[in-house]
Design a protein around this ligand. Structure first.
Ligand SMILES: Nc1nc2c(c(=O)[nH]1)N[C@H]1C(S)=C(S)[C@@H](COP(=O)(O)O)O[C@H]1N2
Ligand SMILES: [Mo]
Length: 202
């Protein structure tokens, strides 16, 4: 029998630097608080709430008709895994803002993203503009599985992955920052992985 030696299991070395405290994960772990939401593709709808101006919604067919972007990016989860070089396909959130008639002059500085099932997460508006956030429907060339937030989730790759709502349902703007689900339960309000903003006080 071959011995692996006393060191046992060793994690593979990442091909380049990853944020401090993270390890290189070559799989794609599932992390959901509560049950997996089952959202049929033909029932999925994404809504941007526009206050007094009502709201604007998109269904699956609308999403498919929008300009598609391929995103090649790293993902960093607060539970310390980093997935490098992941491939996604979807639509830049800027395109939704455009179609909703929102110019450069969104009055509010923050927004709350909501998922089917009730999960929420807060973000500064600046962090979802100019190609920083996406509404995605493909991972690794295939439809996103239910466990990973399919048929449609959001990704905000430059922040810890809890900011990337699975089964994305809506956005509403806020004058002031307010915590979403994890942010009310100890996670950092902003969540920059390169600054290790994991928990309150980091
Ligand atoms: N709706 C919803 N979105 C969610 C979560 C969740 O529990 N519900 N978990 C978040 C957390 S903590 C992480 S790390 C990622 C995990 O995504 P994955 O399961 O595809 O790896 O989704 C985020 N988005
Ligand atoms: Mo997470």
């Amino acid at each position: 029998m071959l011995s692996r030696g006393f060191s046992g299991f060793r994690r593979p070395q990442p091909p380049r630097e990853i944020p401090s405290g993270q390890y290189y994960e070559t799989g794609f772990p599932v992390l959901t608080y509560g049950p997996t939401e089952k959202v049929p593709q033909d029932e999925w709808k994404f809504t941007i709430n526009l206050g007094e101006d009502g709201s604007k919604s998109w269904n699956w067919d609308d999403l498919m008709a929008m300009p598609q972007t391929e995103i090649h990016t790293d993902i960093h989860c607060v539970t310390k895994w980093s997935m490098l070089d992941s491939d996604w396909k979807g639509v830049d959130l800027d395109v939704f803002f455009e179609q909703a008639g929102l110019g450069d002059d969104i009055d509010e500085d923050y927004l709350m993203v909501r998922s089917f099932g009730g999960y929420t997460t807060n973000l500064p508006v600046a962090d979802v503009r100019d190609g920083k956030a996406f509404i995605v429907h493909e991972f690794d060339g295939k439809g996103i599985t239910m466990e990973h937030g399919g048929p449609v989730r959001m990704i905000v790759p430059h922040l810890y992955f809890w900011k990337s709502a699975k089964w994305v349902e809506s956005i509403r703007f806020m004058d002031e920052d307010a915590p979403g689900f994890w942010e009310a339960n100890g996670y950092h309000m902003y969540g920059d992985p390169w600054k290790e903003q994991r928990y309150w006080g980091d």
